[in-house]
Design a protein around this ligand. Sequence first.
Ligand SMILES: N[C@@H](CCC(=O)N[C@@H](CS)C(=O)NCC(=O)O)C(=O)O
Length: 211
Amino acid sequence: MATTTAQPIDLYTWSTPNGWKIPIMLEECGLPYRVVPVNIGKGEQMAPDFLAISPNNKIPAIVDPQGPGGAPISVFESGAILQYLGRKTGCLYPADERARTAVDQWLFWQVGGLGPMLGQAHHFRIYAQEKIPYAIDRFTEEAKRLYGVLDRRLADHEYLADDYSIADIATLTWAKFHEKQGIALADLPHVRRWLDTLLARPAVQRGLGAI
Ligand SMILES: N[C@@H](CCC(=O)N[C@@H](CS)C(=O)NCC(=O)O)C(=O)O
């Protein structure tokens, strides 16, 4: 009887919070992959070959040679990639509608709110050559508010949704860098507990080391 060997997924990524989400997911789900580094510091995200799979010129993106119907598929946007891999494997993305909706709302909270705001806080606090107090204050205050939302959720939930899921993966790679966003975890004990638990997972450590 013929056997199908899983072909590796090509992972286009770089060492950033969005970039680490996908190797963590691939490690958690035991999917074979190979990393194609896209050095965004050198502008490699603008290369025509990369734009063909990631038209918004951002990492991460994947090409799965064994997509739906057995044909290759490319996927960009970290949230869409996490959902795709979760549907493909049944791993960390429950099929039950109520449980899936719980995951989706926290995943969208991360990709639409937490990530962009923490990215701006990081940018204006650390990278911007001109230090603009209004921007630093605005995005640091918004970061504090969002971490408060996270801490309240985790006060009575072990994970963001019902169980460990793609929503936790999406959020942990940002929370790992809380200090650069102007956030101390001393007053956020539930975030601290959750983050320490996730960072201790071997698959998370392998994913963080993949790029
Ligand atoms: N919404 C996108 C954001 C991705 C994103 O911002 N990627 C950054 C690195 S963390 C990037 O590729 N920046 C390169 C650029 O803006 O040119 C996602 O979640 O995948």
